[in-house]
Design a protein around this ligand. Structure first.
Ligand SMILES: Nc1ncnc2c1ncn2[C@@H]1O[C@H](COP(=O)(O)OP(=O)(O)OP(=O)(O)O)[C@@H](O)[C@H]1O
Length: 589
């Protein structure tokens, strides 16, 4: 409509001028029409600007939501291919730039309508005037093509440098304590900003290219305008055009020079498209396959639920297998402890057991159902995880413990789980106890770890996976948590009965019912292995042996796994803060 109003304006203006010169009685009505057209043009321009903003915001939100959903639906190790800073830039700055493409492209196309319409109008007024204008269009198109090509290449390089910078910045923030401890802040600042001159050079290059194109097109278009006016003048002198036609032709020629404004729109579209490509790379992350199957209900007198089977499981990372053909059968209710030297594949085994990652070969089954066929809600209800470095997500501490449960567990259940994880005592000393916002809770590493355990204990399920989840606890607390887990009172809960999960009030006697659910613990402590029903001993990604701790203890290589432990744990703790390979492949979980 706006383009229509702008197009009609010169013709109406020209005709009104003719009527005024001829003293026609229709002149006042046409003058009013001119005023109405100008007002409509202004109002429609304002509406278009508002619409552009709204469409841009909606497109950005849509893209962000889709990309983020894909990142979260991918296996964590796949998502970790995009380092934190890189990912944040793609989802914020690049998504915002990409979101402007539909509105900018539409606005650009609409903005081209008046110039193109003006050329048609020139043709109708007098073909010679149109020809005068069109003679310069090939030069203009060549300019725009070269500009689009240069801009696309420049924007690509600029955004790559931006991602690199953001990645290094996020790395440094993650390793702030290491940098402070090493006193390398200056060196780190230089490392982060190393590519800033390149970024600046690329930015200047793009602006130079833009400025050059605008200058060249700005020089060309007035020449075309004067050519049209000159031709129209000759045609007026020859009696082929009237004065009104001359005015209209001059105004249409001016409108046709609006083709030059395409440079700005083109630059924005090229920038947005390149940014969109970066955000859309996230959409290429493979989703973990999910199914719709349900787990069989436990039968009275039947096998205990939580049977975990790994059949010939191989997991490849960085081109090399980190688990090789692992086959394992853990009957429901087993407490299995996975031990092995650092890097032997324990965490990878814990990840495939609860489908945080999919094996590259082989299958994992829970109670006979392949995990990839399981309904995702059922899978997450039945498999609980606690990690060495849990991240507390949620507004308050209580909400962080109930994460992902719908309906949320009642406060009694949350508190009982926290007691079992030896977290209740320090949570109750927080300013608002369980209602304390996580951001306001000053927590040590060991306290965060205990909350991570409590979060896992809040869930009832057939499989509880504890991946080094007590590594930051002092020996006494770790033993208490171990005991609480082994305590029949904690174990006696019926599966997926939220209200009855957790610890019984102190003093109440356990019922003595069979312990439901399977526990898979990645551990480095001899005491934890000693308490297990069965120990899975991994060596270089293969199962070296499966058996009782006291039987395996006869083997010197098995004892060596624990002998090496103190040194490993120290180096592990240092490695966590450093921006090393551990951080690169997933960091905090
Ligand atoms: N995304 C990845 N890319 C490349 N290599 C990986 C990746 N994830 C794990 N690895 C490698 O796989 C091997 C097993 O890793 P995993 O974390 O399972 O070992 P772990 O036994 O749990 O070690 P630790 O006791 O030190 O935690 C290691 O050599 C590790 O470097």
């Amino acid at each position: 409509m706006s383009a229509g109003a702008a197009l009609a304006e010169p013709a109406v203006l020209g005709h009104t001028l003719d009527l005024l010169l001829a003293g026609s009685p229709a002149a006042p009505a046409w003058t009013a029409l001119c005023a109405a057209l100008i007002a409509a043009d202004l109002v429609l321009d304002a509406a278009a600007a508002r619409l552009t903003g709204t469409v841009g915001a909606r497109s950005t939100a849509w893209l962000r939501r889709r990309a983020l959903a894909r990142v979260l639906a991918a296996a964590p190790h796949q998502a970790a291919r995009f380092p934190a800073g890189d990912l944040a830039t793609r989802l914020t700055a690049h998504a915002a730039e990409a979101g402007t493409v539909p509105a900018t492209a539409a606005a650009g196309a609409v903005a081209l309508l008046p110039p193109l319409g003006a050329v048609v109008a020139l043709c109708l007024i007098d073909p010679w005037t149109a020809l005068a204008f069109l003679s310069g269009v090939p030069v203009l198109l060549a300019l725009l093509r070269a500009f689009a090509r240069d801009t696309a290449a420049g924007v690509g390089r600029y955004q790559r440098i931006q991602l690199d910078l953001a990645r290094r910045l996020a790395e440094a923030l993650g390793g702030a304590r290491t940098i402070a401890a090493a006193g390398t802040a200056d060196r780190e600042r230089e490392r982060i900003l190393r590519t800033l001159p390149q970024l600046s050079a690329e930015g200047h290059l793009m602006w130079r290219s833009y400025g050059g194109t605008v200058a060249r097109s700005s020089a060309l278009l007035p020449v075309l305008l004067y050519a049209v006016v000159a031709v129209a003048g000759f045609r007026l002198a020859a009696g082929a055009l009237g004065v009104g036609d001359l005015v209209a032709a001059t105004r249409y020629a001016a409108l046709a020079t609006g083709l030059g404004a395409a440079t700005g729109a083109l630059a924005a579209v090229v920038r947005g498209r390149t940014a969109a490509r970066r955000t859309c790379e996230l959409l290429a992350l493979p989703e973990l396959r999910q199914g719709t199957a349900r787990l069989p209900s436990p039968r009275a007198g039947g096998p205990a639920p939580g049977a975990l089977d790994l059949h010939d499981v191989t997991v490849v990372r960085g081109g090399a297998p980190v688990l090789h053909g692992v086959t394992l059968h853990l009957p429901g209710g087993t407490h299995a402890v996975v031990v092995g030297a650092s890097g032997s594949g324990k965490s990878t085994l814990a990840d495939v057991a609860g489908r945080l990652t999919a094996p590259d070969h082989g299958r994992v089954l829970l109670d006979g159902v392949p995990l990839e066929d399981l309904d995702p809600a059922e899978l997450r209800r039945e498999v609980a995880y606690a990690f060495a470095r849990p991240v507390l997500l949620g507004g308050t501490v209580g909400e962080a413990l109930a994460l992902g449960q719908s309906p949320p567990p009642d406060p009694g259940t949350v508190r009982a789980a926290a007691r079992a994880a030896r977290a209740d005592a320090f949570v109750t000393t927080l300013p608002r106890g369980y209602d304390t916002p996580v951001a306001d809770a000053p927590l040590s590493g060991g306290e965060v770890q205990r909350l991570g355990l409590a979060r896992a204990f809040c869930r009832t399920g057939r499989l509880l996976v504890l991946d080094d989840a007590t590594s930051s606890l002092d020996t006494v607390t770790a033993r208490e948590v171990d005991r609480a887990l082994a305590d029949r009172a904690l174990a006696d809960r019926p599966l997926n009965d939220r209200a009855s999960f957790g610890v019984r009030p102190s003093g109440e006697r356990p019922s003595g019912a069979p312990r439901p659910g399977t526990r898979l613990t990645v551990a480095h402590r001899v005491t934890t292995a000693a308490r297990a029903d069965v120990v899975v001993w991994l060596e270089e990604g293969r199962v070296r042996a499966v058996g009782r701790h006291r039987e395996l203890w006869q083997h010197p290589d098995y004892r060596a796994v624990f002998a090496a432990e103190p040194a490993r744990r120290h180096s592990g703790a240092a490695g966590r803060e450093a921006a090393g390979p551990a951080g690169a492949r997933g960091g905090t979980r």
